[in-house]
Design a protein around this ligand. Structure first.
Ligand SMILES: C[S@@+](CC[C@H](N)C(=O)[O-])C[C@H]1O[C@@H](n2cnc3c(N)ncnc32)[C@H](O)[C@@H]1O
Length: 569
């Protein structure tokens, strides 16, 4: 019986951040197995509307006063649908409270199936899922599972031949959508914009695959791959990135490990190991632990994690950072672009008679008294794509957005001050103008941007996959008709808006709302004299390399010169 009480407790616990699955797996005091709880809650959620109807029509909540609506729904799910029935001894009072009504429950369930013209339970399930997707207006969306191949440990070709061997390649995202149940045919779409990124149907679970456990593949949403790719681009061994990198707001580590993967790809085929560093930090010590874990799993030896480090407290003059040429900033934001921010399954519940009629079409809030007889406490989440944002509550007001945008602008402004920085990216998973184009406009107006000649990385300068991406910056934000929300506009020229990259929820791209812009330093635009050390930063790094590699053999020296590519005959 603990399974059902634990499931109710998990479903009714206040959100503690992290994905639903990670919350179950890290919860303390569970008596049932996390895998069983996850399976029960996600499966029952697929049937909620039917089960609520069956329970209502059979009237059992009026007769069995010990059952709360959510507990009844979970028990009736297993009674009617699970192969082994309710996971409790036949004499258990709660099991009996359902089985006493088995004739009525079975009759209502059969009526519901026949009403939909389905001959089998499998057909019935597919019909219910279709019905639900139509009802909540998501029938035309395809939200796939995005999987990034980690070049430190493997290659796309290797993964296609192993992890994805049984997957049939499709030519469009929409071909990943499915109503087939329970096991849709495995299909795979190779993303045309981000190298080494694939999409598979959302239900695909890799958590027990060797490639996932060994860090060969990383579950990372497509838009979240934009920043590292925008920063490091399509370079190869001949024009590999020069200098060190900083990820200033890095936990749980998706973008840090992506940068490390891109660097590794650029280095492939070189005989000499690169000594480039990625300094990766997060102000939160708790989240820094996840970052450290993820970096280790990805085999990203080039990364040095600075746990609990506030990026704003980094000293520009600190000699550790004197070779830093690129910085990636993905600070805390409102998270308004995240889909399934709270991916806890939502249930349409049967009516508890004393609590008034059920409002159709709307999910009823789970009730406090459902959290009975379990002391499960959600713990620290592990990294999942939805864990990137650290703000647990997606509710934001204008005051909060204004504060967030000020901190975001301060963080980017601080990045522009690193003496040898030449490239910076700024990103959010917010859809609001004030956190996106608004921050870009503020940054371009700062003294440091003007003095050092920072400008936006134009669309025609962006890596190929992002140049072809058509969703671009916007000038205005207005709440949709009948809704409230932030509104405003920015004073940026068309070319600047073209330089900004956006994605939106609910279109055919299968992404959430995201924003990224790249800044580059153009000495010709600098209004203040640039100190000599900065103008000659490439030469300086070459000198240092030469010094450091003085003992290398001739072959290495030749390669160095070829890779650097700064001089020609
Ligand atoms: C959106 S999350 C970053 C997600 C991460 N880039 C990824 O791809 O996995 C924002 C992170 O910034 C961190 N943060 C916010 N302000 C910071 C600061 N001043 N210095 C360092 N980290 C900061 C938060 O603790 C949070 O973990």
């Amino acid at each position: 019986m603990s399974l059902y009480f634990d499931a109710v407790a998990i479903l009714t616990a206040p959100s503690s951040g992290g994905s639903f699955k990670s919350r179950i797996y890290s919860a303390r005091n569970l008596r049932a197995s996390p895998a069983q709880i996850y399976a029960l809650t996600t499966e029952a959620a697929k049937w909620d509307t039917v089960l609520a109807d069956v329970i209502d029509k059979s009237g059992i909540l009026a007769l069995e006063r010990k059952l709360s609506p959510l507990l009844a729904l979970l028990l009736v799910h297993d009674h009617l649908i699970a192969k082994k029935g309710i996971a409790a001894p036949a004499t258990h009072t709660l099991r009996q409270s359902i089985e006493r009504h088995k004739a009525r429950l079975k009759a209502e369930f059969t009526k519901a199936r026949v009403r939909r013209g389905c001959a089998t339970v499998e057909q019935f399930k597919a019909a219910v899922i279709r019905e639900k997707r139509l009802a909540d207006g998501t029938s035309h969306f395809v939200y796939p599972r995005w999987v990034r191949v980690n070049n430190i440990r493997t290659t796309l070709e290797e993964q296609l031949a192993t992890t994805f061997k049984a997957y049939r390649r499709v030519e469009s995202l929409s071909e990943l959508a499915t109503d087939e149940e329970p096991k849709p045919e495995p299909r795979l779409f190779i993303d045309p914009n981000i190298p080494d990124l694939v999409a598979v149907p959302f239900g695909a679970d890799f958590t027990s695959s060797p490639a996932y456990k060994n860090g060969e593949i990383i579950l990372q949403d497509k838009a979240s791959c934009f920043p590292a790719y925008l920063l490091l681009g399509d370079r190869g061994p001949a024009d590999a990135w020069e200098g060190d990198l900083v990820d200033g707001c890095a936990a749980p580590g998706n973008k840090t490990t992506h940068m490390a993967s891109l660097l590794a790809k650029q280095q492939k085929g070189k005989s000499k190991k690169s000594n480039q560093m990625i300094f990766s930090m997060d102000a939160s010590t708790v989240r820094s632990r996840t970052l450290q874990k993820m970096v280790g799993l990805a085999g990203a030896d080039s990364v040095t994690v600075l746990q609990g480090q506030d990026f704003l407290a980094l000293d520009h003059e600190d000699e550790r950072f004197e070779n830093v040429t690129g910085l990636l900033l993905d600070p805390s934001c409102s998270g308004s672009g995240i889909i399934g921010r709270d991916d806890v399954p939502q249930f349409t519940l049967p009516v508890a008679l004393s609590k008034g009629p059920r409002s159709h079409g709307k999910k009823r809030k789970r009730e406090d008294d459902d959290a009975e007889q379990s002391k499960a406490t959600p713990g620290i989440p592990q990294a999942e794509p939805t864990d990137e944002n650290d703000i647990a509550d997606g509710n934001v007001d204008l005051e909060r957005l204004t504060k967030l945008s000020s901190i975001q602008a301060r963080i980017v402004e601080h990045a522009l001050g690193f003496p040898n920085a030449t490239h910076v990216t700024y990103s959010t998973c917010s859809i609001h103008l004030i956190e996106n184009e608004g921050v870009v406009a503020r940054i371009l107006g700062t003294q440091v941007a003007k003095e050092r000649g920072w400008r936006l990385l134009r669309r025609d300068e962006q890596p190929d996959g992002l140049r072809r991406w058509t969703k671009r910056g916007v000038r205005e934000e207005q709440p949709a008709e009948g809704e409230t929300g932030p509104s405003g506009s920015v004073d940026l020229p068309d070319e600047a808006l073209e330089a900004c990259i956006r994605s939106w929820q609910g279109d055919a791209e299968g992404l959430g709302g995201f924003f990224v812009a790249g800044f580059v330093r153009d000495p010709a635009l600098a209004t203040a004299p640039v100190p000599e050390i900065e103008q000659n930063s490439d030469n300086k790094m070459l000198d240092e390399d030469e010094e450091a590699n003085a003992e290398d053999d001739d072959e290495d020296e030749d390669e160095d010169e070829e890779d650097w590519g700064g001089f020609s005959d």
